[in-house]
Ligand binder design. Structure first.
Ligand code: TYM
Length: 335
């Protein structure tokens, strides 16, 4: 039998998951598990590169675990786990650090953005963030990594690090490919449509959280910035980033092309379009919200699934870590 390809992705538990995270990544998680061997991580080690309140981080980690289950990740078909529960990630990061250049890391767009935003705390972890992400991906020998467009640069550096290591030691790591959706790879803020929708946006009207109730979704959509032209036409255009963003969202959720959406709303204007987008979002999120509430109530089940996920992930991760450590010249501890 042909070996299934391996899919790996991660999400940070540092805020409300947004419609951007859903459309760019999570939406594909459930779908991909039919065809591939999927591994999904809650990337809590990445989260502490910016200061976190401990109790809140703990709560969000639990909530995100429940939310991914609710969004269709099946813990029997896929591996779902919490990154900090598998120490191999930190160990692998150290080894890979020694195969990564300062220059490459300091050129990363996300590093530059975040060091501006958190100028009082430009810590070494923030710079090293992509190496930890490379360790995540490479430990599982992933072939495909479903992410939004904002993570593309981190995938490129992962490929460079892997190729560099392989160049010295032979074929240790699989070189991964990004899997970025054509529409919805970059869902934009509803208030500033030239910026990506972000869970850390202080303006709540800029994003839709996966757990937002229907009335909030409707309100945020009605307030969404559409462009200040008089045309009022539902049309994708560079000078209409607000409407173009909404068309992209609607197209993905309705499984339509953007042209089909333009066709559907020809002559109807924003007044008809915005509530239709809100309805499509509400309809998509409703079953996830219902399931989420159910998973979150059963603490014992969550705990058991978390333990099972970490054990299964660790078995794979340790195998790759040991292989890499041996190549480098470390003597593996005997048990
Ligand atoms: P994070 O937690 O910021 O985001 C999770 C996923 O959501 C995607 N995304 C978006 N997609 C479309 N439009 C948006 N506005 C939008 N905002 C976020 C992100 O691209 C991502 O796929 N470093 C990663 C987490 C990570 C990871 C990994 C990912 C850690 N290790 C290994 C892949 C493989 C991050 O911070 O994602």
């Amino acid at each position: 039998m042909e070996q299934k390809k391996i899919v790996y992705s991660g999400i940070q538990p540092s805020g409300n998951l947004t419609l951007g995270n859903y459309i760019g990544a999570v939406r594909n998680f459930g779908k991909m598990q039919e065809e591939f061997d999927c591994i999904y991580a809650i990337a809590d080690l990445h989260s502490i590169t910016v200061r976190q309140e401990p109790a809140l981080l703990r709560r969000r980690t639990n909530e995100l675990f429940a939310l991914l289950l609710a969004a269709g990740v099946d813990p029997e078909k896929s591996i779902l786990y919490v990154q900090s529960q598998v120490p191999a990630h930190a160990q692998m990061t150290w080894v890979l650090n020694c195969f990564t250049y300062m220059g490459e890391l300091s050129r990363m767009t996300q590093f530059k953005d975040k060091s501006q935003k958190h100028s009082d705390n430009v810590n070494a972890g923030l710079l090293d963030y992509p190496v930890l992400m490379a360790a995540d991906i490479l430990l599982y020998q992933a072939n495909l990594v479903p992410v939004g467009a904002d993570q593309k640069q981190h995938l490129e550096i992962t490929r460079d690090i892997a190729a560099r290591f392989n160049g010295v030691y032979g074929d240790v790591f699989t070189i991964p490919e990004p899997y970025i959706p054509e529409v919805g790879a970059r869902v934009m803020s509803l208030q500033v449509p030239t910026e990506k929708m972000s869970k850390s946006d202080p303006n709540e009207n800029g994003f839709i959280a996966i757990l937002d109730p229907p009335d909030v979704i409707m309100r945020k959509m009605k307030r969404a910035v559409t462009d200040s032209d008089t045309e009022n036409a539902v049309r994708v255009a560079p000078e209409k980033p607000g409407v173009s963003n909404l068309i992209g969202i609607y197209a993905v959720l309705q499984n339509k092309t953007t042209q089909q959406v333009e066709e559907e709303f020809r002559g109807k204007g924003y007044g008809a379009f915005k509530p239709a987008v809100a309805e499509a979002i509400i309809e998509t999120l409703k079953p996830i919200q219902d399931e989420y509430a159910r998973y979150l109530k059963d603490k014992a089940q969550l705990e058991a699934l978390m333990k099972q996920g970490a054990e299964r992930a660790e078995r794979i991760a340790v195998r790759t870590l040991n292989k890499a450590m041996k190549k480098v010249g470390f003597i593996l501890r005997s048990y």
